[in-house]
Design a protein around this ligand. Structure first.
Ligand SMILES: Nc1ncnc2c1ncn2[C@@H]1O[C@H](COP(=O)(O)OP(=O)(O)OP(=O)(O)O)[C@@H](O)[C@H]1O
Ligand SMILES: [Mg+2]
Length: 274
């Protein structure tokens, strides 16, 4: 397995895709205390590429995603999406985001939840687009159901449909299947791959599951413990489409084992607290 430093990662982003350059994020904890969550991370995600980030809990994964989604500003360094400021794309509703907590509105039904980004953008909902997204995530027939009537997997499907409804340039997924059982999660992985290959949308997935990351991604980024730095970037050698059978092959398991070992061999990094 190649060990690459972030500077060595040269992907032709063709002006498109996501470029994170030397991003540092420090949080002000008050009383003069600062916490460094992310330390000099550079990641280039090419247009249409699927990249997964894995790393220990608290190492700054969500912080990286939130900087790309323009929900946080980097303390140092910069983030560009298709050569623009993330805030500009967010304002233009060109970022699709889904979190572990599906964040569906309980008083709205499935159709209305998927339609929500139109309202947020001040646009008239496009019923054909909404219905085709609901069908794409396998939720046809449940348009009138409220979130409380749905299983966890169904709610995540709705959240993904909602993230995709405005045809975003970029899809940002933070542990979208973290709360699901292993069987449903595998099913969702296969469905997400199908959805992604139809749209080939630039995607960043944060996950705790090495198997999920290897199954879905073109490249994997392994982070160190906090403050998150790039420990390893690994290309996933498997062709597409990837079937469930891939997960049964020795090659798949070997790569997962290597990555798990890389995750486990975390040296304790300095802390910036206090
Ligand atoms: N708004 C904030 N204010 C202060 N500290 C924060 C804030 N957001 C995150 N942090 C801290 O930054 C570090 C990284 O948090 P982050 O949520 O990015 O981790 P993570 O890798 O996503 O973890 P997990 O795998 O558990 O979701 C943590 O120590 C967290 O406490
Ligand atoms: Mg997180």
């Amino acid at each position: 397995m190649e060990n690459k430093k972030s500077e060595d990662v040269s992907v032709d982003a063709k002006g498109g895709g996501i470029v994170v350059s030397d991003a540092v994020k420090e949080f002000d904890l008050g009383f003069g205390k600062r916490l460094k969550a992310v330390d000099g991370v550079s990641i280039n995600i090419a247009d249409g590429e699927f990249v997964a980030i894995i790393g220990p809990s608290g190492c700054g994964k969500s912080t990286i995603l939130r900087m790309i989604a323009s929900l946080e500003q980097p303390t140092e360094g910069e983030v560009r999406i298709n050569s623009s400021e993330p805030a500009l794309l967010a304002k233009q509703h060109r970022l699709g985001v889904a979190f572990q907590d599906h964040a569906l509105l309980p008083w709205l039904n499935v159709w209305e939840n998927v339609a929500l980004p139109y309202r947020a953008a001040g646009m008239r909902p496009d019923p054909d687009q909404i219905e085709s997204l609901i069908a794409l995530v396998g939720m046809a027939g449940f348009e009138k159901s409220r979130p409380k009537q749905l299983s966890g997997g169904m709610k995540q499907r709705v959240a993904i449909a909602r993230a995709l409804v405005l045809n975003p340039d970029v899809l940002l997924l933070d542990e979208p299947f973290g709360a699901l059982d292993a069987v449903t999660r595998r099913q969702m992985n296969i469905e997400l791959q199908e959805i992604w290959s139809r749209n080939s949308i630039t995607t960043l997935l944060i996950t705790h599951s090495v198997e999920e990351a290897v199954f879905l991604a073109d490249r994997l980024v392994v982070l160190t413990e906090r403050p998150g730095r790039i420990k390893l970037i690994e290309k996933v050698p498997f062709g597409r489409p990837r079937s469930r059978d891939l997960m049964l092959t020795p090659e798949f398991h070997e790569l997962c084992d290597q990555l798990t070992a890389a995750l486990d061999s975390q040296e304790s990094s300095e802390t910036d607290e206090g």
